[in-house]
Design a protein around this ligand. Structure first.
Ligand code: FAD
Length: 287
C-alpha cells in the first residue's frame, strides 16, 4: 500500500498553481486534504507523477458572508465548517452533513473543495450543493468562471473542471428564513460512505410545502437532483400518499451500483426511505 513515486510542488498563488497544472497536463494533480487522492494512489488507482499541493496558497481558506450568499474557500476543512458560527446559523444543513462525513481525523484534513471537485458519487457535499443551488468558482490559466453545482457533475470522477483548472471557492445562496432542512444518510457503520442519502431544503406556508429541493447521494454515478420528487410535494401537507409518491419519483431516477453496500433494489429502496425521512424531518423544522 505504498504509492508510486511523485514530485511534490507547493505553489504560493492560484496563478502559480494553475500555471504548473497547465504545464504538467495529465501528469499533474491538485492535492488538497489528500483523504481521497492518497488512498487512491496507495491502491495505484491514481498514479500522478506530480502533486500540486494547494496548502501554501493564501486566501483559499475561510468562510465569509457576501450579501445573501455564503462564500467558502476551497481549502476550508470539514472541521472548519463544523466550527463556524456563520455556517451553523445560515446553512445548518451544511453543518449537519459535515458531521456525517467519516470521522474527526478525516474531517480535520478533508476539504470542501476536494469533496466537491473529486467527482466521487459517494461524497456527501455534491448532492447538498446541488440542493442548495450553489455555484463553484473555477480558475484556469485563461481566467475564471462560475459553474452551477447542478451542471458540474458529468459522470463518476468526471466533472466540468477543465485540465489545469482548480476550484477556488463555493458560493451558496442563504436559504429563506424559517426554512426546514435535513440530510438523512444510511451507512453501514460510523465513518462509512452512504449506502444512500438524501438532502432536503423546503419552506412551508399554512401547513403546506411552498418550495422544496431534494438531492441524492450515492445512488447513481453522479449526485442527483430529484426534481420530480420535489414537485410531488409542493402544495401538500406531506401526507402519507404524497410521501409515497415522492419516494417513488426519487427511486425512479436512481441507478446505484450493486456493491458491498447492497444490491441495486435494496439501495433504491433505502434511498426512498432516506427521502421520506428527510422530508418529514425538514418539515418538522420549518417555521
Ligand atoms: C476513511 C474515510 C472515510 C471517508 N468517508 C467519507 C464520507 O462518508 N463522505 C464523504 O463525503 N467523504 C468521505 N471521505 C472522503 C473525505 O471527505 C475526503 O477528504 C474528500 O472527499 C476529499 O477532500 P480532500 O481535501 O481530502 O481532497 P484530495 O483527496 O486532496 O483530492 C481529491 C480529488 O479532488 C481534486 N481536488 C482537490 N481539491 C481541488 C481543488 N481545489 N480544485 C480542483 N481539484 C481539486 C484532487 O486533484 C483529487 O483528484 C472519507 C475518506 C476516508 C479516508
Amino acid at each position: 500500500m505504498i504509492p508510486g513515486s511523485f514530485s511534490y510542488h507547493r505553489p504560493k498563488s492560484v496563478q502559480e498553481a494553475v500555471g504548473l497544472l497547465a504545464k504538467l497536463g495529465d501528469d499533474g494533480r491538485a492535492l488538497a486534504g489528500g483523504h481521497s487522492l492518497i488512498p487512491m494512489m496507495k491502491l495505484r488507482l491514481a498514479t500522478p507523477e506530480h502533486l500540486v499541493d494547494l496548502h501554501g496558497i493564501d486566501g483559499l481558506k475561510g468562510i465569509r458572508r457576501e450579501g445573501n450568499r455564503i462564500v467558502i474557500g476551497a481549502m476550508t476543512t470539514q472541521h472548519d465548517l463544523l466550527a463556524s458560527d456563520e455556517i451553523a446559523k445560515s446553512l445548518p444543513i451544511l453543518h449537519e452533513t459535515a458531521l456525517l462525513i467519516a470521522d474527526p481525523q478525516v474531517r480535520y484534513m478533508g476539504t470542501i473543495g476536494g469533496n466537491v471537485a473529486n467527482g466521487d458519487p459517494g461524497n456527501d457535499m455534491p448532492a447538498l450543493m446541488m440542493t442548495l443551488g450553489a455555484s463553484y468558482r473555477l480558475e484556469g490559466k485563461a481566467g475564471g468562471r462560475d459553474v452551477a453545482a447542478r451542471e458540474f457533475y458529468q459522470g463518476a470522477y468526471f466533472t466540468a473542471l477543465e485540465p489545469g483548472e482548480i476550484l477556488t471557492a463555493i458560493s451558496v445562496p442563504v436559504p429563506a428564513a424559517g426554512h426546514g432542512y435535513a440530510y438523512e444518510k444510511l451507512k453501514r457503520k460510523v465513518g462509512d460512505y452512504a449506502t444512500a442519502a438524501a438532502a432536503v431544503v423546503l419552506t412551508m406556508a399554512g401547513g403546506k410545502v411552498a418550495s422544496c429541493a431534494i438531492g441524492l447521494t450515492n445512488v447513481h454515478e453522479t449526485p442527483l437532483l430529484a426534481t420530480e420528487a420535489a414537485k410531488a410535494v409542493i402544495g401538500s401537507s406531506l401526507d402519507a400518499a404524497t410521501l409515497k409518491k415522492a419516494a417513488a419519483a426519487a427511486e425512479a431516477i436512481m441507478s446505484p451500483a450493486a456493491d458491498a453496500r447492497g444490491p441495486v433494489e435494496y439501495r433504491k429502496h433505502v434511498g426512498g426511505i432516506m427521502v421520506t425521512r428527510a422530508l418529514q424531518r425538514a418539515a418538522s423544522r420549518a417555521k
